[in-house]
Design a binder for this molecule. Structure first.
Ligand code: PXP
Length: 257
């Protein structure tokens, strides 16, 4: 039996971070997206933050106009962002929590705590034909709420697991991994499409690629760092190869079962 395909979404935010360091036009995140797609990326992710610290409004518009693969528009659940998303009409919107002072998206969205605000928000995106994903921790309460809110997709926040792996905190890494495995299974069993992302590198991407319930990984920061040394195309190929190695473990374990 063939493996369920695993898509690679490449996040180009940090090409814009570098560009904005000199407030000019280079390096261009759209050019990065085109190179990533030519090298095998299945989609492009970009986060338009409220403070516009990396991706800007015209980047999002240009990405939508110029790329041939699905655009995943990450954003906070605010009226301003909803207006931009509805005008941009990306393939997907991933709703993320956002705090101005954070370095990156530090935790998952509290769908359970904010269900009253999120419900009409998700409905408006659903009505516009934009696939909604909620970036949440692999927590049963959040997963169940995502389904109740009629979000068709969740993206599991892998940041805590990746940090624990990189820092060598084995016990914490194992606990986080178990949560991810159980969360992905639970989400799929109630009909949600499951994605994952945040902090992934070649090693953690290979590991998580072996989970059959996950169909998409969204990866940015590590890949753009690697790209400084070997280029974006080579980084995309190396990440794809790591994911394929992980996915083939799934086939091997299935054939042993
Ligand atoms: N997925 C979501 C929802 C994110 O917010 C981010 C970070 O912008 C990523 C994936 C990618 O994380 P990283 O840049 O650490 O690979």
């Amino acid at each position: 039996m063939s493996n369920p395909p695993l898509r690679l979404g490449v996040n180009v935010d940090h090409v814009a971070t570098l560009r904005n360091a000199r407030a000019g036009v280079n390096p261009d995140p759209v050019r990065a997206a085109l190179v990533a797609i030519a090298a095998g990326a299945d989609g492009i992710t970009a986060h338009l933050r409220e403070d516009r610290r990396h991706i800007r409004d015209d980047d999002m518009a240009r990405l939508k106009a110029e790329i041939s693969k699905p655009l995943n528009f990450e954003m906070a659940a605010t009226e301003e962002m909803l207006k931009i998303a509805l005008a941009t009409r990306p393939h997907a919107v991933c709703l993320v929590p956002e705090r101005r002072e954070e370095l990156t998206t530090e935790g998952g969205l509290d769908a359970a705590g904010q269900h009253n605000t999120l419900r009409p928000f998700i409905a408006r995106l659903n009505d516009a034909g934009i696939r909604v994903s909620l970036f949440i921790a692999a927590d049963p309460r959040q997963i169940e709420m995502a389904a109740k809110l009629r979000a068709p997709v969740i993206e599991i926040h892998t940041g805590a697991w990746c940090d624990a792996v990189v820092d060598g905190h084995t016990t914490k890494a194992e606990a986080e991994w178990k949560r991810i495995v159980a969360g992905a299974q639970a989400a799929r069993s109630i009909g949600l499409e499951v994605h994952a992302g945040h902090g992934l590198d070649y090693v953690t991407a290979e590991t998580i690629a072996a989970l059959p319930d996950i169909v998409e990984l969204n990866i940015g920061y590590y890949m753009m760092g690697e790209a400084l040394f070997v280029g974006i195309a080579e980084t995309v190929r190396a990440m794809r190869a790591a994911m394929d190695r992980g996915r083939s473990k799934l086939a091997n374990s299935a054939s042993r079962a």
